[in-house]
Design a protein around this ligand. Structure first.
Ligand SMILES: Cc1cc2nc3c(=O)[nH]c(=O)nc-3n(C[C@H](O)[C@H](O)[C@H](O)COP(=O)(O)O)c2cc1C
Length: 319
């Protein structure tokens, strides 16, 4: 499974509908779920949380947590559901997550992360990977990041996805923590130089294919979050430009026609049409009339036959 290009895990965004839509645009990129806490998987509505369409593959699940046994148990369940990789979140700075002693705060506890990875690895046969930051708070020196990577990789984690900015655990919201601490790609490149044998994936602020290709001169993979979501047409050229496959890019209308059977089957199962269509809004970014299209798509929830209305809209509108 290739990490050359992946779409970042994003809470409230990369749900199964979003991933299905993204998969129509790129067959090669690796997709990630939103973060799911290990306890939610063990004690919650497992089937609702973990179900997905097999068309979404290659698909990785991201877990949150810091109890090695629970993470191992959640990993076993995830593997049974067919996920191809289990990623541990060591990057989320939210105060709620900090209180639960998981996410970015774990960068301060490399031994605990190594133990979690060890338990997870020993319970499943699929890869266990880690997504982290270049640092947290005052723990932002190369030597500290090196130590973190050394400890965790010694337990068999071979792939690290590094958000190239540190997180401030006090005083910044999660959103600010994705904007304010400056990006430092050089530190991620340096990590790859030092840990040649590891698969290093860079993340943070990447907006174009050209930037992605430039990063790929230094590291093994690129992960893109917000730009992929807000401008999904970018994904149209990943297979060709990043994976050197034949060009299968589609027009907006072709994409939506391909999505239609999925929307129909979801609506027939009781899903509100907007639960799917909310993820396609970015397709109309910069498009004349985008605001009206968005308004129209939201209004479909009140329609008697929302899918037929959507089909009619596709027929009548030049996109
Ligand atoms: C709405 C939103 C939700 C996010 N949720 C998660 C998450 O569940 N797990 C995670 O590791 N990172 C999460 N992130 C961070 C992204 O995965 C990514 O690291 C970050 O946005 C930087 O990449 P980008 O500049 O390409 O967006 C989230 C980001 C956004 C914008």
């Amino acid at each position: 499974m290739s990490h050359r290009f992946s779409i970042a895990p994003m809470m409230d965004r990369t749900d199964r509908h979003c991933r299905y839509f993204h998969r129509l645009l790129t067959s090669k990129s690796l997709l990630y779920t939103e973060m799911l806490h290990s306890n939610a998987i063990i004690k919650g509505n497992t089937n609702k949380l973990l179900s997905y369409s097999h068309d979404e593959h290659p698909l990785a699940i991201q877990l949150g947590g810091s109890d090695p046994k629970s993470l191992a148990e959640a990993s076993v369940i995830s593997e049974e559901y067919g996920y191809k990789e289990i990623n541990l979140n060591v990057g989320c700075p939210s105060s709620k997550v900090q209180k639960g002693r998981f996410g970015a705060i774990l960068m301060k506890e490399p031994k605990l992360v190594a133990k979690c990875v060890s338990y997870m690895k020993n319970s499943v046969s699929i890869p266990v990977t880690v997504k982290c930051r270049i640092g947290v708070d005052d723990m932002d020196q190369d030597a500290q990041l090196d130590r973190f990577i050394e400890e965790v990789s010694s337990e068999g984690c071979n792939t690290f996805i590094i958000h190239a900015r540190k997180a401030w655990l006090k005083g910044l919201s999660p959103r600010d923590n994705r904007e304010i601490p400056p990006l430092n790609y050089e530190r991620v490149y340096k990590l790859k130089d030092k840990f040649h044998h590891l698969n290093i994936v860079i993340n943070g602020g990447i907006k174009t294919i050209e930037e992605s290709l430039e990063h790929l001169n230094h590291v093994d993979g690129v992960m893109v979050g917000r730009e992929a979501y807000d401008n999904p047409l970018m994904l149209n050229s990943i297979d060709k430009e990043i994976y050197k496959e034949t060009d299968n890019s589609l027009s907006r209308t072709e994409i939506l026609i391909k999505l239609l059977p999925y929307i129909r089957s979801e609506v027939n199962k009781g899903t509100k049409i907007t639960h799917v269509t909310r993820h396609i809004m970015g397709l109309f970014r910069g498009f004349h009339g985008a605001k009206d299209i968005r308004k129209y798509l939201v209004s479909l929830n009140n329609a008697v036959n929302p899918v037929d209305n959507f089909k009619f809209f596709l027929k009548e509108t030049t996109l």
